[in-house]
Design a protein around this ligand. Structure first.
Ligand code: HEC
Length: 246
């Protein structure tokens, strides 16, 4: 009878144990991070909440934490940004990544102190992210506007490569310039555009004695934002050497 009871207990527990075991994973971290004590502080809290056990290893793991290489920035310490990378597709590792970047995880992280001082902070805002976020226009709309207005002279996409004017720099080439965005922002003031371009509420009307020599380009600042968003996500032309332009 005792045997039967324990067998029943074991059988009911087995699926739970098995599924918990499957979600256990290895976390790869350099010695310096292990010695900081952060993991000893973080991991039990994560395991308590999720029943997932984490083994800290020096070599390969399903989750890698490192201040080098790529990955999602998760915290900063002593001027270095630490990044998290997942190797393969592991449920427990994915749960940990979700937890560490959640509000609870981040609060746990920043509450870790050494000698009364906070030693890990949230990752510093990445410059790239800010730049990307500032092109708020609609890129799909930008492609249409570019094709209609700029595609008469410029190559603006693969589609109009054949019917643009060969001597005019393509958008792919312009995109390689470090200050491409400043040039696009103010293109209406840069030659040859002023003689045929009207930006609503920005440019003065064409002089009476010098009307636009061609069908004018008429756009709004919203249109220009959309064009910038479109050009921003273009693959710059591979020129092999620095571009010589003016
Ligand atoms: C009628 C032809 C024509 C049209 C239409 C035209 N462009 Fe241009 N664009 C040119 C030419 C030609 C140049 C090269 C000027 C030079 O550098 O000599 C140029 C250059 C530029 C440059 C680089 C300017 C610089 O000096 O750095 C930008 C940016 C630009 N165009 C954006 C646009 C945008 C955006 C549109 C559409 C809204 C547009 N262009 C429409 C002819 C045109």
């Amino acid at each position: 009878m005792r045997f039967l009871v324990s067998l029943v207990v074991m059988l009911t527990l087995l699926p739970v144990l098995a599924s918990a075991g499957e979600r256990d994973f290895r976390l790869s971290a350099p010695g310096a991070l292990v010695e900081s004590g952060l993991l000893k502080y973080l991991l039990p809290r994560f395991s308590l909440k999720t029943q997932i056990r984490v083994e800290v290893v020096g070599g390969d793991g399903e989750v890698m934490l490192s201040p080098e290489g790529d990955g999602v920035p998760v915290f900063s310490s002593a001027g270095a940004t630490w990044r998290m990378r997942l190797q393969g597709d592991h449920a427990g590792a994915a749960r940990f990544a979700e937890w560490l970047t959640s509000e609870v995880g981040q609060r746990t992280l920043t509450s870790f102190e050494v000698d009364g001082a906070q030693s890990f902070t949230l990752p510093a805002e990445e410059a790239e992210v800010e730049v990307a976020a500032s092109y708020e226009g609609n890129a799909a709309e930008g492609l249409k506007l570019s094709s209609v207005h700029c595609g008469r002279c410029h190559v603006v996409s693969e589609a109009n490569r054949m019917n643009a004017i060969g001597s005019t720099p393509s958008f792919f080439v312009l995109r390689t310039m470090r200050d491409w965005d400043r040039r696009f922002q103010s293109f209406f003031a840069l030659n040859p555009h002023p003689s045929f371009t009207q930006v609503a509420d920005v440019t003065a009307p064409f002089p009476i004695d010098r009307p636009s020599p061609i069908a004018p380009v008429e756009i709004t600042l919203d249109d220009l934002d959309a064009i910038l968003a479109y050009v921003n996500q273009l693959e710059p032309a591979d020129l092999g050497a620095p571009i010589q332009h003016q």
